[in-house]
Design a protein around this ligand. Structure first.
Ligand SMILES: Nc1ncnc2c1ncn2[C@@H]1O[C@H](COP(=O)(O)OP(=O)(O)OP(=O)(O)O)[C@@H](O)[C@H]1O
Length: 543
């Protein structure tokens, strides 16, 4: 079973983003860039990358105001030449549009309404428009990107064409953008809303960016898993990534399919699968994966991350159960309360009229039952705990510098601790709940996440042990989850939160059930281990 084909992931930072963010220059720097003769055409990316930007400055009209536009090596800078207010619109502000945030550019010939009036006394001038398709970050919820077009007008058709070609070339030569994707769509995801979400919010954006999508609609459970697992070498080599459209269940199926290829023993297929990036277009009833990756459940934002070619490594937890099977997860594995809740809600499934209401009902019944389970919990502590409770954000320093965790190139099938790792520690006792959480697990119920200080790529699991407590005490904990999460510093003595890399749980006596990403496990003897940055996803983390 040990995979020899598993290739270490090259966890590349995103230099273009860093460059883009710091790309705004002061006016003095701009004037230095203007020293060369005005010759902005034929700007090749090689020129742009080689030190100072080529001199490419032009004047355009944006919403009635004249703007000086400058093409630098990392994007387009716009500086208003006049500050007059063009009522009812506010005056355009200086702006910098990095190439890494440009979806595409297009040219057109708009027909402004005023042209008809002008015709009364003069021949109308034809305006040519350069539309730069990018996105805006709304002030109140900056993760929730909104598609936005910056429209620059000029009467010089040639100028508009050349700028469009130059920007397209700079954008198109970015190797990180996907060209072709395999899309797996669950037609029943989110009570049937997944197909609409795909057609309305995601697919148009990807076609705008010129990404070829081959869509497969699943017909039954595990269809997505099998489709990915059975991809041929040629199919794996010709696609740049796989998108799951639906809920978390769909993403986990795609993830498990990719992992199955990576440990199939065929070196070429495994190597091709290790290069694939995964994406989640949220269209399910819970979309914790997309929410944790992008900080929003917006499918358009998720599609923008895909189209722009964002990438971030993501920790994956391998869960081995006592019956010899295993699965991979990027969310959580829980035993006790959440296992009982899921089992109860499954038994309530027969009553169709309850629908989604069966979850809160099952939650209330499980809480009132107040059961605790004896178990022996063994864990392998992380060598260094996180310095303090910090949330995982875009370009997270903690993820970049995480130490004392297994490196990304460990075999995905290895579950024995490596040399130099700390020793296993065991605790035996009665637990109300045991949880191993990989990523923050954000959702509508808890926007900050179930585990707020869990990270996308720090190689650690949050092990939460809730010891025997009263129903009221447990209720107090449940009430805190939406606002504080489960791993906040707290005054609840019955909760212990540990940073670990592996955990094994052996039930003693009466048993609950393991709930891994909303699915019941066939065996209650379970071990889990995190694999740091084992897959790459289309995301740049929560901004
Ligand atoms: N065509 C299909 N018919 C029935 N089940 C499917 C189909 N395609 C996928 N599934 C299964 O449905 C499960 C749930 O799907 P998904 O996560 O996309 O939606 P969801 O609305 O979030 O679901 P839920 O909240 O009920 O888990 C997946 O784990 C998958 O196995």
């Amino acid at each position: 079973m040990v995979s020899t084909a598993f290739k270490p992931l090259k966890v590349a930072p995103v230099p273009e983003i860093a460059e883009a963010e710091g790309s705004w220059r002061s006016p003095s720097q701009d004037s230095m860039l203007l020293r060369k003769p005005s010759r902005f055409s034929h700007v090749h990316l090689t020129d742009l990358e080689a030190g100072p930007s080529t001199d490419c400055t032009a004047h355009f009209v944006l919403r009635g105001a004249t703007m000086k536009a400058h093409l630098t090596k990392s994007g387009v800078q716009l500086t208003p030449l006049e500050t007059r207010r063009c009522w009812p619109l506010s005056a355009p502000q200086p702006a910098s549009i990095p190439f890494s945030e440009i979806l595409c550019v297009a040219t057109s010939q708009p027909a402004p309404a005023w042209r008809h009036c002008r015709r009364l006394w003069s021949t109308p001038t034809i305006t040519h428009r350069l539309s730069i398709c990018t996105f805006r970050r709304p002030r109140l919820h900056s993760c929730n990107w909104v598609l936005h077009s910056v429209e620059l007008d000029s009467q010089d058709e040639d100028l508009v064409r050349r700028w469009a070609a130059d920007i397209n070339e700079a954008v198109g030569t970015s190797s990180k953008r996907p060209r072709s994707l395999l899309v797996l769509l669950n037609p029943f995801g989110g009570s049937g809303r997944a197909p609409t979400v795909w057609e309305r919010d995601a697919s148009p954006l990807l076609s705008k960016a010129g990404v070829l999508c081959s869509v497969t609609v699943t017909t039954r459970p595990l269809d997505a898993y099998k489709t990915v697992r059975d991809l041929s070498l040629q199919e794996l080599q010709t696609c740049d990534g796989i998108l799951a459209v639906g809920g978390d269940g769909m993403f986990q199926e795609v993830l498990n399919g990719v992992m199955a290829v990576r440990s199939c023993g065929e070196a070429d297929r495994a190597a091709a699968a290790a290069k694939l990036r995964l994406g989640h277009i949220p269209g399910g009833s819970t979309d914790a994966v997309a929410y944790s990756l992008n900080g929003t459940r917006s499918a358009a934002t998720a599609a923008l991350h895909v189209a722009l070619g964002d990438r971030t490594p993501l920790d994956v937890m391998r869960v081995d159960t006592g019956d010899g099977t295993h699965r991979f997860s990027v969310c959580y594995a829980t035993y006790g309360y959440m296992g009982d809740l899921l089992r109860t809600s499954e038994t309530l499934r027969w009553s169709k009229w309850l629908g989604e209401r069966r979850y809160p009902l099952a939650g209330a019944l499980t809480l009132l039952r107040g059961r605790c389970y004896r178990a022996c919990v063994s864990y392998l502590p992380s060598m260094h705990s996180a310095p303090k409770a910090v949330e995982c954000k875009s370009q997270c320093q903690l993820c970049a510098t995480a130490t004392g965790v297994p490196p990304a190139d460990i075999s995905i099938d290895s579950s024995t601790p490596s040399e130099g790792e700390p020793a296993w520690t065991s605790i035996e006792g009665e637990f109300k709940s045991i949880m191993a959480i990989v990523t923050p697990c954000r959702s509508d119920m808890s926007a900050g996440g179930l585990a707020r200080t869990a990270h996308l790529n720090d190689g650690r699991l949050k092990l939460v042990l809730v010891k025997r407590c009263s129903v009221l005490q447990y209720l107090r904990l449940l009430i805190r989850i939406p606002t504080l999460g489960i791993d906040a510093e707290h005054d609840l003595p019955f909760i212990t939160v540990l940073d670990v890399v592996a955990v094994a749980v052996k039930p003693i006596g009466a048993e609950s059930s393991w709930n891994v990403d909303g699915e019941l496990m066939p065996s209650n003897h379970l071990s889990a281990r995190v694999h740091r940055g084992a897959v790459e996803v289309f995301s740049r983390g929560v901004e």
